[in-house]
Structures are given as C-alpha cells and as structure tokens.
Design a protein around this ligand. Sequence first.
Ligand code: 8YV
Length: 328
Amino acid sequence: MARQEQMVILTRKLPDNVETRMRELFNAELNQTDVPLDRGQLIDAVERAHVLVPTVTDRIDADVIAAAGPQLKLIASFGTGVDHIDLKAARRAGIIVTNTPGVLTEDTADVVMSLILSVPRRLAEGDALVRGGEWNGWAPTGMLGHRINGKRLGIIGLGRIGQAVARRARGFGMSIHYHNRHAVHPEIEQELEATYWKDLDQMLSRMDIISINCPYTTATHHLLSRERLKKMPSHAYLVNAARGGIVDEEALTDLLASHQIAGAGLDVYENEPKVTEKLLTMRNVVLLPHIGSATIEGRLSMGDKVIINIKTFLDGHSPPDRVIDGMI
Ligand code: 8YV
C-alpha cells in the first residue's frame, strides 16, 4: 500500500503545521474537536489505523492493544514519556512504539527551574496577594521565603532533563546531587560537579530541594512513598515535573499539611486532571497544569519527530526513536 493511503489516526489536536504535513504525507484522520477519545473510540481507532499517534492522555493498555487490527504496526507517541503505553503488550503484538526524546528537554528543565525558584521564594503566593488587593506595601518581614543560592539540589534521575536542570541550578549557585540506578559518566559528573548517591534514602535526608526527573515505570511507581517522603528534612521542598505516579500524592499532601515537608512545586499529578483537593487549599505549593513541554517551538519539534518516525517506518526503515521495552 502506498504511504499516502496508510491510515494514521491522531487522538488529539496537534499544531496546524503538524496536521497539515500529516495530511500531505499520509491518510491522516484528525481530532478537530480535541476531546480525548473515550475507550470505545480508542478501540475503534486501533481496529482501523495502520499508525496510531497517541498522547499522554490516552491509556494504551494490554486490552486496547489486544483489540488492535493486524494492520496496526506502529504507535508513534507524541511525547517522551511512554508510561501510558503497555510496551510489553505492544512488543508481543509486533507493534513498534516510538516517542519524541530530546526536543522537550530544555523547555521541561525551564519549568522545573521555575518551580525550584517559585516555591521557596513564594512567587505564586505573592502574585495572589497582589491580585487579591491584600498587599499593603513593602515590609521588612513581609513575604519572606528561603534563599536558593548555596542550597543542595537532589535530582532523582540525572538523564537528559535532569542534566539540563542541573546546568540551570548551578547558574543559581546550587550544589548538585543525584540518585540514579548507576552513576553517570565521570565527564558529566565533573562538568556538573555532581555528587552521586547510590542510596536514595540517604540523599533525601540531606537535601534542601528534591527534583524528580526520572521516567515513570513499574520500578518508579511511588518511588517517593510515604516512608521515603518522611526522610526529607522538614525545611526541604519537592519539585515534580516528571510523572505524578512517582510520588504517593496522598502521603505528600499529608506531610505538607503537617509541615513535615516545607513545600512542593508540581506540574504533574497521580490522577490527571484530578488534583488532590487538599493541595488546592495550601499556600506552600505551586500547582501547574502539566506544561513542562508546552511551548509552540517544542510542540512543533515533537510533531516533526512523530512525522519522521512514521515516514521512516512506512518507507521500510527502522524509525529513529524506537522505544525498546526494558530499556526505559
Ligand atoms: C508532553 C510529557 O506534553 O513528553 C512527555 O513525557 O510529559 C509532556 O511534556 C506529553 O507527554 C504529550 O503526550
């Protein structure tokens, strides 16, 4: 079948330029309304598509993959994280999965750094004060936060995004610490003057700010459990722009409420778009709506990557961003 006849189904609205190019190259079925597909619609899509282009809001579990027609050969996800796709089931069904790594690194690191600055310096609180008409002018003891310079940042997952965060944090005078399954290459450690902590619990108990930058897998589900969160000193802050499920959100909420953790900056949640109600009432948290990679430039590059992956695959080659199950 010619490439132009291959059915490529997009589950969400993508930037216009990306959709236009998709239509030029493939038999693309778009989602103009941008309402996320329900389960029935998702199953209908995998029954018909040669290529599915999902996003983080689609749960492509083993049942959805089992419902796929034999023509479905590629899931070209729009995004880097692939935790919404059952990779093992896809592999068993002979379906290749690709993602869009690299192009959202700097944007996501910018949002992480913004949260690192916003929470200790109480930026959202200050904004609310001014907008609420409750600001009575400068005062020597008004809106005091905590200094960033000289603080210890513990990065969980010093991969591409973690390293980009570390580079920014160094510019703000922070010292860099990290936990990974294995230490990174010595050259990277040297460049970042980063200290490796094999033991996550030990690192947690000694940091001022923790940033989560690892992928979400079965191994990292609730990596920050109640027990682990309790290791953090009461003056410490937690920042998460990776995936909500890495943190036990209920436990985090309890510990923030009882001031056993000083504050949190969150861009992701366990049950998006739901957010634990109690968090909404807390002053010591900054809550963002999963905007880590939400720049026009980033979204266009992500679209480009998806197109390159599909085109390469349909032209009979191995797509550049193939995700291998077990390598995440
Ligand atoms: C994307 C993300 O917006 O790429 C990721 O892993 O978390 C987000 O920045 C989203 O995944 C798009 O599907």
